[in-house]
Design a protein around this ligand. Structure first.
Ligand SMILES: [Mg+2]
Ligand SMILES: [Zn+2]
Length: 269
């Protein structure tokens, strides 16, 4: 095992668009979406949109067909498979919904590569309508994150905290994301972790504004080719680091020699 957990955002990170916007736009409901957006939280709006879409005779199969056409850069699927083959554990943290994400991952043949999908619940009810619920039920109480960048239904920083607690500091984390909501988990990464923000996207802007706030090493990426190259270089670098560290410990046990650890290879930006 590589001793690494890779945590991916989904929209505009794994896929090249926002899955909510993609479904609404492709089914021809953009105007209604824009009209209702100022009146309710995004997550509640998506549930309302699914009601409207169902009411206009669109079926769950119509939605699935649209999801199967979701744009994705051709290097993303191979990159995810390589990260898995190198021994990394892969997880998703997304403010989309479980139904969209699982449908797309199944279509891409990627679902079995992930051990955990943290997202808003989404399921088809008995009338064939897709229901979308908040990950955190903000109608009962707030999730309590006081960073004003997290939506009421999800604080990815709190999900990151839970992941870190479950790992007990035994693994290093590589986080990939693009959006405002990916900033809170970035602040929780430690100095042995890595953040891969998508260049010129909101989380990258937030990080650039005050890089001193981030403990993790930052490695930006722009497109699917960068995504693959930077991610695999980081994994290989960390794996070499972990390997040499364990060899060094054994040497010390047997010969009491005091080898210094090799310097990690720099990753080009
Ligand atoms: Mg995103
Ligand atoms: Zn937060």
């Amino acid at each position: 095992m590589a001793g690494i957990v890779v945590v991916f955002d989904f929209d505009k990170t794994i896929i090249d668009c926002d899955s909510d916007n993609w479904v609404v736009d492709e089914l021809g409901f953009t105007d209604l979406f824009n009209q209702l957006l100022p009146t309710m939280p995004w997550n509640s709006l998506m549930d309302t949109m699914m009601k409207e879409i169902h009411g206009k005779g669109k079926t769950i199969d119509d939605i699935v067909e649209v999801l199967k056409r979701t744009p994705i850069h051709p290097r993303i699927v191979p990159a995810v498979k390589s990260a898995h083959a190198l021994g990394c554990e892969l997880r998703i943290v997304s403010d989309a919904n479980i139904f969209f994400i699982e449908t797309i991952l199944e279509h891409l043949g990627l679902k079995e590569y992930f051990t955990e999908i943290n997202s808003n619940p989404g399921f088809v009810d008995e009338e064939g309508r897709l229901r979308i619920f908040p990950y955190h039920d903000f109608t009962k109480c707030s999730h309590g994150c006081n960073l004003n960048l997290c939506p009421p239904n999800m604080c990815k920083g709190m999900i990151m905290e839970r992941i870190q607690t479950s790992l007990e500091g035994k693994k290093r984390i590589i986080y990939l994301g693009d959006g405002v909501g990916d900033y809170c988990p970035t602040l929780r990464l430690g100095k042995n972790d890595y953040m891969m923000p998508r260049k010129n996207f909101p989380v990258w802007d937030l990080i650039c504004r005050n890089p001193m706030l981030i403990e993790a090493e930052i490695h930006e990426w722009s497109d699917g080719e960068d995504f693959e190259r930077v991610l695999l270089q980081l994994i290989n670098m960390v794996s070499v680091d972990v390997h040499f560290f364990s060899v060094d410990c054994k040497l010390q046990t047997f010969s009491a020699s005091n080898h210094s650890l090799p310097k990690p290879l720099p990753v080009p930006q």
